[in-house]
Design a protein around this ligand. Structure first.
Ligand SMILES: *Cc1c(COP(=O)(O)O)cnc(C)c1O
Length: 402
């Protein structure tokens, strides 16, 4: 079978995650897409048909893989179908997707409003590069409060970028409220929805123009491939292809696109489990005497629990908490963990925790500087798919050891 994207709107998410972009190979009748490694494609050879070989709207014509290749295209169809957008452009990483999007829509002299707390690599790109080197005015705003977004608008504002839930603090931004501000002002709204794993919130339905994901996280989920995606209207996607795909060249490899396509099949099921485990672990940590605080959108104690309920259908597997005690205690805790690994990244089948010490081995903290959010003992926990009882037992024994 081959499901054209426009016919998938009424299907459930699980069906879309399995069927969008899938199809029977015309030559071999294989029911799985092959991995196509060619780095050149035959062009049409008449004056009437040659332009077709280079037309972006001709989604299954390829010329040179930096612009687009078959495995990237299959993945784009799957992700557009899952996120509910007209089209999608995939990249080699989440940062390639985010920087490609800003490269496409912002010019020197334009103004961008962004969430104050966002992924460290996005934060650094905005402040150190777009802002300081390329003449884009960047306002970092507390987008927890839509009024602060409205107040930051300038006549030259071109875009608002929010990250919700934010990495690493799980701060939330009210997508619908900020979308209506963006619409009124005639500016684009992009939402980094990585923590939702494409399952627990639908920014396009809430009025966003662009959704970005690091596919390296929940979409991959197996800890073995990087990727990024921007999803939105066809015209916006064509502009991204015309600019970023051609001139930045952050092209995903055919193999990684294939791995992500395969991973996406189980994403809705995996997210359900991440949500179940996330809530259990958050409740366990909140009740523990050695834990200073826990922030998880699904806990009543999360300062924005009401917004979480309004715009999310589940609360995912990302938790932050802080340990009471000294940095030495924190390192003891990390060393004592047996199932949970101290590592960067998130959204994997296995649980990962990252410690953000105030001093020492995280030079990026100097850039971040969120003193009111990240105090001593701050940990970001990505709750995996293991049995929740094993995870709580692991945390309990490591907490006892510190
Ligand atoms: C990881 C991450 C990114 C960057 O993605 P990469 O795939 O690591 O390049 C962007 N945004 C968020 C919220 C992330 O967690």
């Amino acid at each position: 079978m081959n499901l054209p994207l426009e016919n998938t709107r009424d299907l459930g998410l699980a069906t879309r995650s399995i069927h969008c972009g899938e199809g029977v190979d015309a030559e071999t009748k294989a029911i799985r897409r092959p991995i196509v490694l060619a780095n050149s494609f035959e062009l049409n050879s008449t004056s009437e048909t040659l332009p077709e070989s280079f037309a972006w709207d001709n989604t299954h014509k390829f010329n040179y893989p930096r612009s687009r290749h078959p495995n990237a295209r299959y993945l784009e169809e799957r992700l557009a179908g899952m996120e509910g957008g007209e089209d999608c452009v995939v990249f080699a990483s989440g940062i390639a997707a985010v920087s490609g999007m800003f490269f496409t829509f912002l010019s020197a002299g334009d103004h961008l409003i962004s969430s104050r707390i966002c992924y460290i690599g996005v934060h650094g790109f905005l402040v150190e590069h777009l802002g300081k080197r390329f003449g884009v005015q960047v306002s970092l705003v507390n987008t927890d409060h839509p009024d602060e977004v409205r107040a930051a608008l300038r006549p030259n504002t071109k875009m608002i970028h929010i990250e919700t839930p934010a990495n690493p603090t799980t701060h939330l931004s009210d997508i619908a409220a900020i979308a209506s501000i963006a619409k009124q002002a005639g500016v684009l709204l992009s939402v980094d929805s990585t923590f939702s794993g494409m399952v627990t919130q639908k920014p396009l339905e809430l009025g966003a123009d662009l959704v970005v994901h690091s596919l390296t996280k929940y979409v991959n989920g197996h800890g073995d491939a990087m990727g990024g995606a921007v999803i939105g209207g066809k015209d916006l996607m064509t502009r991204i292809r015309d600019a970023a795909s051609i001139y930045l060249g952050g092209t995903i490899s055919a193999f990684n696109a294939w791995l992500l396509m395969r991973s996406a099949v189980t994403l809705p099921m995996r997210m359900e489990r991440h949500c179940e485990n996330g809530l259990q672990i958050a409740r366990f940590l909140e009740a523990h005497p050695k834990v200073k605080f826990v922030r998880y959108p699904g806990l009543e104690s999360h300062p924005q629990h009401a917004i979480a309920h309004k715009q999310m259908s589940g609360f995912g597997g990302m938790i932050n908490f802080a340990l009471l005690g000294t940095p030495a205690d924190c390192f003891k805790f990390l060393a004592a963990l047996k199932i949970i690994t101290h590592a960067v990244c998130l959204g994997h089948a296995e649980s990962l925790v990252q410690y953000y010490p105030q001093q020492g081995n995280h030079p990026e903290l100097g850039v971040l500087n969120y003193p009111e959010d990240i105090g001593e003992g701050f940990m970001r926990l990505s709750v995996g798919l293991e049995d929740a009882a094993d995870l709580t037992a692991d945390l309990a024994q490591a907490l006892a050891a510190c």
